[in-house]
Design a binder for this molecule. Structure first.
Ligand code: NDP
Length: 475
C-alpha cells in the first residue's frame, strides 16, 4: 500500500531522461534503481542518458551494465535486455542549445517526459531552460537533486527560475533519505501505536537526538565536499526532514498535500539556530584529501540544538549531529522520555536511565524501546532492558530509495518529495550558522567528533554511543 492515496488521474511518465548519465550518482544509484524497477516490470518506458562523453548507445549500455554489476544486484538478463533495448544516448554540453534539439529528436512523441537532474546544482537552471527552449517542457516532470540552493536566497532564486517555466506540481525535489524504509515506517511507529503517540510531546519527552554518523571520510569527493560541508550536504536536507517527520502532527487525510503541510508547519515553527548552540568540526587529515583547499575551514562535522516553538514541542530541545570519519556508521533518532516520580523505595533515582525509543535507520532498520524492570533477586533496583525486534526482522527488504522515488515521480505523486516551502524553511533554520560561526575544531578520525559537542547536550544526557565523561579530578 502506498503512503498516500493521490488521485489516480495523473498520467504516468512515458520517457525518462537522465541528465548526468556519466556521473557518480547515475553510476552508483540511478542505473541500479531503474534496473530494479525494470526487474519488477515497473519501468517499461524509454530511457535517454545525456552527458558530455563521446559515447555511442552501446557505450551507455556497457556503462549501465557495469553500474548494475558494481552495485551487487542479482542478475536478470531478460530485464537487462528489455532495459537497454529502450535505452539511447545523447551527447552534448548543457550550455549548447543544440544538445536539447538533439534530445528533442531522440525523445520522439513523448507527452509526459520525466527529467532527472543528476548534474551539478550550478547547471540546474541552465538545463531547465534548455528543456523549455527545446520544446520539451509541456507535460514534463523534473526530478531535482539536492542540494536545492546553497542558502535561502539562492534557493528562492532557483525556485523563481524553475517556476518561470514549470509549475510547482512538475517539480520533484528529491531527498533520497525520505525514501528510506525507516523514515516511512516512522509514521507507522508514531501514529499506529497507542503507547507512542499520546506520549510523543513536551509533557513526556525530555529531548530528541538525531545522529547521522559516517565512519568514512570524504574519499575521492574532496573538491565537491569542500565547497559544501556537512551543514549543506546532509543537515539542511536529510536531518531536517527527519525533524519534520518526528515532529509533525498526524496529517488530516492521506493526500500528499496534508502530509507536506504538516511537515512544513514543523519546520516553520523551528527557531533559527543560534551560533552559540552550534559546534563545527573537521577531522584530522581532511586537509590532505585531494581537491580540498590546504587552508580549508569546511566543516566535516556539525552539531546543534534546535528549538521548536509548537504546542507539541515547546521547551523540548532537538539535538542534531552529522559527521564524517566518526566512530561508527549509524543513522538514528532517539526520543528520550522524562523521569517518572521517584519510586517510593529509592532515596535517589537521579542515576536511573530514562525510557527512550531509539529508531535506527542505518545500518539496520528497527525501533527499540528501553524499559526498566526489576533486577532479579532481593533487590528492588530497576534495571534497563531493550525491547527490539530480532535481527532477522531488522532487514530493509523494501525498494531502494531511488527505486521508490523515481517510480513515485513517474506516477506524479509528490508525497515523498520536498515542497518549496519546506526547502526554504530548512534554509532559514540554518541560514545564520552557515556564515556566523567559530572556526572548525579538529577531531580525531574514529572519534565522536569535537569535544565541545558534549556541552550542547550537557543537561540532557549524552549523545548516543558516547562513553560517560572521564571522572574529573578528585576534589
Ligand atoms: P558528477 O560530477 O559525478 O556528475 C555530474 C554529471 O553532470 C556528469 O555526467 C557530467 O558530465 C555532467 N555535466 C556537468 N556539467 C555538464 C555540462 N556543462 N554539460 C553536460 N554534462 C555536464 O556529480 P554527481 O553524480 O556526484 O552528482 C550529481 C548531482 O546529484 C548533484 O546535484 C549532487 O549533489 C547530487 N547527489 C549526488 C550524490 C552522489 O552520491 N554522487 C548523492 C546525492 C545527491 P561529464 O562526465 O561529461 O563531466
Amino acid at each position: 500500500m502506498p503512503l498516500s492515496s493521490e488521485p489516480q488521474d495523473k498520467p504516468r511518465s512515458d520517457l525518462l531522461v537522465m541528465f548526468g548519465a556519466s556521473g557518480d550518482l547515475a553510476r552508483k544509484k540511478l542505473f541500479p534503481a531503474i534496473y530494479r524497477l525494470e526487474c519488477r516490470h515497473r519501468l517499461g518506458i524509454p530511457v535517454i542518458g545525456v552527458a558530455r562523453e563521446d559515447w555511442s548507445d552501446a557505450d551507455l549500455h556497457e556503462h549501465c551494465r557495469s553500474s548494475i554489476a558494481d552495485a551487487g544486484e542479482d542478475w536478470d538478463q531478460a530485464a537487462f535486455d528489455r532495459l537497454i533495448a529502450r535505452m539511447t544516448y545523447v551527447g552534448g554540453d548543457y550550455n549548447d542549445p543544440t544538445t536539447f534539439e538533439r534530445l528533442r529528436g531522440a525523445a520522439g512523441l513523448t507527452r509526459h517526459p520525466i527529467f532527472h537532474f543528476a548534474i551539478p546544482p550550478s547547471m540546474f537552471a541552465t538545463v531547465a531552460d534548455g528543456i523549455h527552449a527545446g520544446g520539451l517542457a509541456e507535460g514534463a516532470r523534473l526530478i531535482i537533486e539536492k542540494p536545492f540552493g546553497r542558502d535561502h536566497a539562492s534557493a528562492v532564486a532557483l525556485n523563481t527560475t524553475l517556476h518561470e517555466k514549470f509549475p510547482e506540481s512538475a517539480i520533484f525535489r528529491i531527498d533520497h533519505f525520505v525514501g528510506k524504509e525507516a523514515l516511512r515506517s516512522l509514521l507507522v511507529t508514531r501514529f499506529a501505536n497507542a503507547i507512542a503517540e499520546p506520549l510523543w510531546n513536551r509533557t513526556y519527552v525530555s529531548s530528541v537526538k538525531i545522529t547521522m554518523a559516517e565512519a568514512f571520510g570524504v574519499e575521492d569527493r574532496g573538491s565537491f565536499y569542500d565547497s559544501v560541508g556537512a551543514l549543506r550536504d546532509v543537515v539542511q536536507n536529510h536531518l531536517l526532514q527527519m525533524v519534520a517527520l518526528l515532529g509533525m502532527e498526524q496529517p488530516v487525510n492521506e493526500h500528499s498535500k496534508a502530509l507536506r503541510d504538516e511537515k512544513a508547519k514543523v519546520l516553520e515553527a523551528c527557531r533559527v539556530v543560534e551560533p552559540e548552540h552550534f559546534v563545527r568540526g573537521q577531522y584530522a587529515g581532511y586537509l590532505d584529501v585531494a581537491g580540498v583547499r590546504p587552508d580549508s575551514d569546511t566543516e566535516t562535522y556539525a552539531a546543534f540544538r534546535l528549538d521548536i516553538d509548537s504546542p507539541r514541542w515547546s521547551g523540548v530541545p532537538f539535538f542534531l549531529r552529522a559527521g564524517k570519519a566518526l566512530a561508527e556508521t549509524v543513522t538514528e533518532m532517539t526520543i528520550e522520555f522524562k523521569s517518572p516520580p521517584r519510586p517510593l523505595w529509592l532515596r535517589d533515582h537521579s542515576h536511573l536511565p530514562h525510557n527512550s525509543i531509539r529508531i535506527e535507520a542505518k545500518p539496520e532498520n528497527f525501533a527499540a524501546i528501553t524499559w526498566l524492570h526489576k533486577e532479579p533477586g532481593e533487590t528492588m533496583m530497576p534495571d534497563v532492558i531493550t525491547l527490539a525486534p530480532p535481527p532477522e526482522e531488522r532487514l530493509d527488504t523494501g525498494p531502494e530509495p531511488y527505486e521508490l522515488l523515481i517510480e513515485e515521480a513517474m506516477k506524479g505523486d509528490p508525497t515523498l518529495f520536498a515542497r518549496e516551502d519546506s526547502v526554504l524553511e530548512s534554509w532559514r533554520i540554518v541560514e545564520r550558522i552557515l556564515t556566523d560561526h567559530e572556526p572548525v575544531e579538529r577531531y580525531a578520525q574514529g572519534s565522536w567528533g569535537p569535544s565541545s559537542a558534549r556541552r550542547l547536550t550537557q543537561h540532557h544526557g549524552r549523545w548516543p554511543g558516547e562513553p560517560p565523561a572521564p571522572p574529573g579530578p578528585m576534589p
